[in-house]
Ligand binder design. Sequence first.
Ligand code: FAD
Ligand code: SF4
Length: 330
Amino acid sequence: MEYLPDFDLLRPKTVDEALALRRENPEARLLAGGTDLIVNIRRGIVDPKAVIDITGIADLRAITSTGGGGLRIGAAVTLAEFLEDRRLADDYPALREAAAEVAAASHREVATLGGNLCLDTRCLYYNQSEWWRSANGYCLKYRGDVCHVAPSGTHCFAAFSGDLAPAVMVLGGTVEIAGPDGGRTVPLGEIYEDDGAAHLRLAEDEILTAVHLPATPHAAPRWRSGYAKARVRGAIDFPLAGAAIALHTEGRILEDLRIALTGTNSCPILIAGTERLVGETIGEETAEKLAAMLPKQIQPMSSTFTPPGYRRKVVANLVRSLFRRLTEAS
Ligand SMILES: Cc1cc2nc3c(=O)[nH]c(=O)nc-3n(C[C@H](O)[C@H](O)[C@H](O)COP(=O)(O)OP(=O)(O)OC[C@H]3O[C@@H](n4cnc5c(N)ncnc54)[C@H](O)[C@@H]3O)c2cc1C
Ligand code: SF4
């Protein structure tokens, strides 16, 4: 890996200061834990003249209860910090389970929630050293004009591989975004696009400042949620595929269900059509119906070492087994 090139390190103390620095340095990149960004800088994938470190902004480092019993988690809260938070373990198990599966313990000490949700997409032909990519003629995500995964097309299929996004999505989480024209709060899914070269709908001068998790219904006792992930190296690895499920049952009857996936597309996706299963009696047939919903909504490509067909099977099995785990006590 190459040496870290020179850049200016800017350290705002407030969100307003960070926004002003963003305005003054349009080519600067936001830095949180740096576990993704610094690797990409060293690989020459990004070459910022300035980096804005947002981890000194107190408002982004807090976990606070909101009116009505929800939770606001600042974007710069580290995964280790929020794994220690009791409220997360009790009320939002899917998010806790997903956070515990990110990278390794040392990464989680600095890796943040915001950085995880804004993670760049990944591809076998992109997350490589400069000499590797230049020898390969680069690719259209950065500096090149051909996609090595789908050479006849003009679309990038690099995969989104963050573990936390599907968990936040099934829990009904929204994200708070600060920008020069003020703030907005939107469902997490709205900040993504299924395009590997431009998967984030955040403007260059916007900052994701927090995630809001609603108190109910997902924190109610009859709601259950969880996360399951498949990866090549069990100790530390990005997901080949990851699935989060939140569901609500009355006895054996399914009252509500949400499923979201990561690793299969260029953005995390909330599976459409699960409402058709509401009212069904839970059983093996329900698990099969869920698995049958996936093929048309996912698009794994040859962007990882493992073939797309394998990832299709893996994600269906993750969904089946997670659904069984969450419903076996009903
Ligand atoms: C060996 C290794 C293994 C890994 N394994 C996993 C894994 O299993 N699962 C997984 O999900 N990730 C994994 N990662 C990626 C990364 O460690 C995590 O996703 C981490 O949570 C990223 O957070 P960060 O704070 O370090 O992000 P940073 O590297 O600081 O930032 C990531 C990106 O988000 C942008 N950004 C950061 N904060 C904000 C914000 N508040 N608003 C807008 N943009 C922002 C940055 O500009 C940058 O583009 C791995 C990384 C490595 C090196
Ligand atoms: S999918 Fe194609 S364009 Fe995108 S990073 Fe991979 S090789 Fe490059």
